[in-house]
Design a protein around this ligand. Sequence first.
Ligand SMILES: [Zn+2]
Length: 472
Amino acid sequence: MRRGAGLLAALLLALPPATGEAAPKRKPCDLVVVAGSALPMDGAFTVRGATAVAVKAGEILAVGDPAAIDAAYLPKERVVRPGGVLLPGFVNTHTHAAMNLLRGLSNDQPLMEWLTKFIFPAEAKNVSPAFVKAGTDLACLEMIRGGTTTFADMYYYESDVAASVDRAGLRAVLGETWLDFPAPGHANLEESKAVTRAFLEKWKGHPRVTAAIAPHAPYTCSRETLQAARALADEYGAPLLTHVSETRDEQNQILEKYGKSPTAWLDEIGFLGPRLSVAHGVWLSPADLALLAERRVSLSHNPESNMKLGSGVAPVAAARKAGVVVGLGTDGAAGSNNDLDMLDAMDFAGKLAKVSALDPTPLTAPELLRMATIDGARALGLDRLVGSLEAGKRADLIVVELEKAHAQPVFDLPSTVVYASRAGDVSLTVVDGRVLFDGRRVLTLDEAKVLAAAKEWRGKVLRSLEGSGEKK
Ligand SMILES: [Zn+2]
């Protein structure tokens, strides 16, 4: 990578494209983004100096040197970030967006206790279409500002989640969550199927929203529920999302009940397949990993959630070695993280892998960047559309500023982004060719209103739990 030209390079990048004799030959396009450096996340893991991307109708037309792009294209809008690195947007492969409204409601608890004593009761009393709208708006605001352009969600009232995502301009795979006990919006399996079928129908063919089915986990869903979810997914060609092997307790519970690991049992009932992405996988055995690879099931690694809930260390390096596609996730903000910051997720994933192996070599910065972008897209079946900056893909891209006290000097660009950059360094977020964040404002959401609604919901949630002893 070329660098060091500093101010001169900045000035050159900021110059408007040449006009005059060559102008008639320039092809019109909607947007050109120019940055001081780029990590396009192509197959060769190219590390580029000054780079420009030309976009038309939401599609990347070309990625190249700024002079060449300026000579070839005449954009309606030209965005210049001389001190930043251009990347594909981050893909968060596991979260519960609306739980942003419960951010930090209950902390420092083991998963089962946290879930059954605090989260499920709080949700039962509060979750409604209005809650989901306010929570998802807040999550979208956080994700857009932090450079996440695609996320996978598991929650309730997903059609309302989809409406928020659509307004915010993000891309998402949204899984309506099924449980064997009454869930917000559907009280039993028949209702779950009907609600989800209507959701799948309504959002069929949307360019950025993929409707999905998300039976919660093998310990909260029976064989019948899981098989019904798989059948509906097959009927619609829809993705399936679930939690698997998150804790040792769950592993033992399933072993006692069915005589095998959660993964082996899911395989026995015909649930595993290429459209399935499983979150956590902390307690997966080598045999489980081989089975996931064989069935082409992807894994979402959520290091911060696994650390904060004391769940354990997922065998990520072994999973990748076994051929499992592994993406990164944040999990929800209610107490298992408590934010949706993908730059943090990369940093934690790397350090967790290293300290647990007492070896600094597993999960290098380039591998972590892959997990947060192209492998995440692959895990969600979206890699033909997004995950890298290449001609023909949809224009989901971000710029991370490097002119920061905590980021300079830059000797090794991937490691700077992974280990030093922060969500607040993102200065541009574009999804499907549309600028959602310009470095100052999120253009698709009224930030003050979204934050005010979150604070209002804090009061409602607290009042709903009064006297129940559930708030901790
Ligand atoms: Zn989760």
